[in-house]
Design a protein around this ligand. Sequence first.
Ligand SMILES: C[S@@+](CC[C@H](N)C(=O)[O-])C[C@H]1O[C@@H](n2cnc3c(N)ncnc32)[C@H](O)[C@@H]1O
Length: 309
Amino acid sequence: MHTHTPVLLEETLELLAPKPGECALDCTLGLGGHSEAILRLTSPSGQLVGLDADTENLAAATKRLEQFGSRVHVLHANFRELPECLPLEYQTFDLILADLGLSSPHIDTAERGFTFRSDSDLDMRFDQTRGMTAAMLIASTDRITLRDIFNTYGEVPAAHRLTDALIDRRTTKPVRRSSDLVDVTKGVYGYKAHDHLPQIFQALRIAVNDEMVVLESLLSEAPKLLKSGGRFAVISYHSLEDRLVKQAMKRLATDEKDPITGAVSKKADFEILTAKPIVPGKKEVTDNPRSRSAHLRAIRFLEGYTPLP
Ligand SMILES: C[S@@+](CC[C@H](N)C(=O)[O-])C[C@H]1O[C@@H](n2cnc3c(N)ncnc32)[C@H](O)[C@@H]1O
């Protein structure tokens, strides 16, 4: 049976502060660890809508959360489909969580193709029911776009050399399996290949799942779904994501100013709850090394503010 240890669980609960009867949206249900804890704290009547792009995780979470009966509503959806994917009766929430990226079963299940540590088809999709796999992306993407993917999403050194090697290789034989990609990488970087494989696989995964674009969409839509006083928390796992989260939250919490006088023309609707990102302590990183890059940020939708005239 697969497991996934929820990251920064206590800290997330402290910021989201679930109360009995509140309504929650978990945009990345995973195996339901955070959701289970939220449901306990919102009992006896609090509701939770949980979505995930991955049908296998969704099935596991559904089973885990069965104990909460009709308080839970599970959806197979990408959070880029918010708010349209929501059931009509759930349009606003007291708390919203997005715990981005991979879950442990993605890494531990070789056939998903997320890791260079085992050989399998290069898939890397969270949602295996639709979209292009990493192998399809390598086969069909033009040279400049492919190089940009490695540069931007992985900061892969000499990304042009890796791109050229992949394009050379695909003219004769497809790059279909993780071992094919590892071979090409070794051909380019020699004994240093292992230093670069994590970034190369990360870059492809981000591109396959369009992770930066869907995150932008989430950061623009989720705050609109908060009830007055509602809290929105995001856990990200690499600096590109954290930068987007930080900027979006800062924008929401900044007063609008008259461009000529500089006077505040509209007070911000949100307050930042995390002056600095919250990161896991030593003990959590030791117990769960996969938490090591986590950054948690949160905002609150201010209640009862009065816009300035
Ligand atoms: C880090 S895990 C969440 C773990 C969860 N908090 C728990 O405690 O079990 C991230 C989950 O988000 C899902 N996911 C990633 N991107 C998504 C997206 N754009 N829309 C919906 N789900 C997504 C993944 O399939 C994965 O199950």
